[in-house]
Design a protein. Structure first.
Length: 102
């Protein structure tokens, strides 16, 4: 009986990991498309900074991403939520936290 529980837990973890990977890829693709960047999503690390030496976003790009997240995920990013723009992972973490709280 315990082997079935372990397998179910493993499958659940695997499904969540696959869903997270898919969401990260979707967010990267959306950012690249929205900002007109000439890069493939696979070339962008999930932990790559969005500002500075990362994707080199600026304040206008930030506004584009705020609108994109609101339209696509129905999640609002306020001026106080600057930590959401640390990386793709940080942005997806923020989206998932807001979705879970809704």
């Amino acid at each position: 009986m315990s082997a079935i529980v372990s397998t179910a837990s493993f499958e659940d973890v695997r499904a969540r990991a696959e869903a997270r990977l898919a969401k990260n890829t979707k967010v990267k693709s959306m950012i690249i498309d929205r900002l007109g960047l000439d890069v493939e999503p696979a070339a962008v690390s999930d932990n790559q900074p969005l500002f500075g030496r990362g994707l080199e976003m600026d304040s206008l790009d930030t506004l584009e991403i705020v609108v994109m997240v609101n339209n696509e995920f129905d999640v609002l990013i306020s001026d106080d939520d600057f930590e959401a723009f640390g990386s793709v992972n940080a942005l997806v973490d923020f989206i998932e936290q807001r979705e879970a709280a809704a």
